[in-house]
Design a protein around this ligand. Sequence first.
Ligand code: TRP
Length: 356
Amino acid sequence: MTETHKPRLLTGDTPTGRLHLGHWVGSLENRVQMQKDYDCYFLIANVHAFTTRAEKPAEIHQSVIDIAIDYLAAGIDPARSTIFLQSDIPAIAEMTFFFSMLIPFPRLMRNPTIKDEIRDKGLGDNYSFGFLLYPVGQVADILVFRPDVVPVGEDQIPHIEMTREVARRFNQVYCHVDSHAEDKDQIKLGGLFPIVEAKLGRSRRLIGTGGPSPDGSLLKMSKSLNNAILLSDDPDTIKKKVMAMYTDPNRLKATDKGTVENNPLWIFHETFNPDKTWVEEAKARYREGTIGDVECKKRLVDVLVELIEPMRQRRLKYEQDLHYVKKVLQEGTAKANQVAQETLLLAKEAMRQRYY
Ligand code: TRP
């Protein structure tokens, strides 16, 4: 298979800081794997970062560099994949404006991810107009690349659904695709945009290392909740975080019977420990009260250090060579612009807005 015949994959991250294990199982791990079979585009959504941090440009700048380095350290290979900056793809901004006309405003306000974010980030009714616009921007991020697959975490599904709706509507209104056409036939029937599929990672929503929220539900791993293990954490930090990790609060000593269900310690072992036999046996012993938390945590430290340490080592190298990292971004963005510009022209053509 040559480069150009591979199906195209697009996904991205809002730069909010360094990446953590939740990103790894939610998506990054998939991406590293998929590079060999897909022509991959990885977008760093720095415009989106301004929706909630407009007054912190220096922080966003640092986050962009951090994410680029984390991608490279995790194994994204710029010789095969394209890493690029949202803010330097003008076609995204242009298409956001046109697409926003195809989305009824109340439809946006029903987007559950938007509602969750307003709640979780404590935005109250003070969110900016741009905050509401960002899912439309995300529709444009995706559609200007006309990708075959979009690997994302579960929280992004509402945005993907909106992307599908906009694509159908654009195809109907401007490309005269029949309103009853099936999703898979849209391109064949003259539509410009594919009806994209989300691809979820193996762990849809990794929990954090802290305890549950007051209502008892386990909180997802998130840097802002201070319950994350970063892909750049050194072995000592990993050890500290794991040893302090929330487990079964009713278990005071190793001979107490323990609960495995909803216990972060076991969720982590199940997610990351390749030694399934050990995990099953240890779980049984934990239930009986014949193995201690400390022993299980130490095992987990080893497992996580083995996963993270090679990435951290690579990261240290890239940190010393920011010139290279920036060159990767610049070249990736130039390549991404070629694809995006082509789609923009086709979209304008379909909208009858090319005059010369
Ligand atoms: N909203 C996504 C997040 O916060 C990031 C993102 C922006 C994205 N544009 C995208 C993801 C396009 C997939 C496709 O994680």
